[in-house]
Design a protein around this ligand. Structure first.
Ligand SMILES: NC(=O)C1=CN([C@@H]2O[C@H](COP(=O)(O)OP(=O)(O)OC[C@H]3O[C@@H](n4cnc5c(N)ncnc54)[C@H](O)[C@@H]3O)[C@@H](O)[C@H]2O)C=CC1
Ligand SMILES: CC(=O)C(C)=O
Length: 261
């Protein structure tokens, strides 16, 4: 538990499923006031709101597409109206779909860039504007991916979006550190979520994935949520402008020349 997170107001985009859901629930357990952005599946978002309220904290759900400027502005406004301030912005919403590069249409390219990179840019820009206006030493945490450094064949748009997110975060950290605004990325490796549980229960897929992970385990969404709350807490007050990899060691490229040893 991080006592300083009690009553902090946190926005989590794509907060109704997978890593976003685990993060929303974990902030709720910390006593934070949670603003859950969702694109669709309102019922999932409302169920998390209810469970956070049942546990004694507070939450709201706000529908919106992170790639739309007006939806991000509405998200910030709704959070402010509900709780009177915003302390932490977590740009977590993301989308991926494999396609060989030569078959990737402009529409395929733009969809992923618009959600994963432009969405995080809009969320970060509006959060920084809010923090500066209100004199809040707020924080931004982006969910990136090990594919911000590891190339990923057939996912050219995804790898470009996450690589871009890394330099976007680093650049913004240099601009806004002087205001006490901390900005970091959390980059997961292979994480089981409700959407990927079936894929990873296939023995071949599981074994192929484990070959790339020195810790020999596929991660869980809670293990990423743990790092999000740590980074947001005072315990991490000197961590700024960096990426924490939550990947069981995947970024050490164990499958390259000799495997895991
Ligand atoms: N699960 C994994 O193995 C890994 C996931 N990630 C990243 O973690 C983040 C969360 O992904 P997961 O929890 O795995 O998947 P997920 O599919 O459960 O969650 C993604 C969320 O983003 C939302 N979303 C998609 N487009 C949106 C839009 N235009 N506006 C608002 N919300 C939108 C979805 O509705 C969903 O709630 C993503 O950024 C993903 O790229 C990174 C590395 C590994
Ligand atoms: C989606 C993603 O980034 C991985 C590592 O699977």
């Amino acid at each position: 538990m991080y006592k300083d997170l009690k009553d902090k107001v946190v926005i989590i985009t794509g907060g109704n499923s997978g890593i976003g859901k685990a993060t929303s629930e974990r902030f709720g357990k910390e006593g934070s006031k949670v603003v859950i952005n969702y694109l669709d599946h309102e019922e999932e978002a409302e169920a998390i709101v209810q469970s956070i309220k049942d546990s004694g904290s507070d939450a709201i759900a706000v529908q919106g597409d992170v790639s739309k400027e007006e939806d991000i502005m509405n998200l910030i406004q709704k959070a402010h109206e509900a709780f009177g301030r915003i302390d932490i912005m977590i740009n977590n919403a993301g989308f991926e779909k494999p396609i060989p590069t030569h078959k990737t249409s402009l529409e395929d390219w733009s969809k992923v860039i618009d959600i994963n990179l432009t969405g995080a840019f809009l969320g970060s820009r509006e959060a920084v504007k809010y923090f500066l206006d209100q004199g809040i030493k707020g924080q931004i945490i982006n969910t990136a991916s090990v594919h911000d450094v590891i190339p990923w064949p057939n996912y050219v748009n995804y790898a470009a979006s996450k690589g871009g997110l890394k330099l976007m975060m680093e650049t913004m950290s240099m601009e806004y550190g002087k205001y006490g605004i901390r900005i970091n990325n959390v980059s997961p490796g292979a994480i089981v979520t409700e959407h990927t549980r079936e894929k990873f229960s296939d023995p071949t897929t599981r074994d192929e994935t484990l070959e790339m992970i020195p810790l020999n385990e596929i991660g869980e969404a809670d293990q990423v949520a743990n790092i999000n709350v740590f980074l947001a807490s005072e315990e991490a007050s000197y961590i700024h402008g960096t990426t924490i990899y939550v990947d069981g060691g995947m970024t050490n490229y164990p499958a390259f020349m000799g495997g895991k040893g």
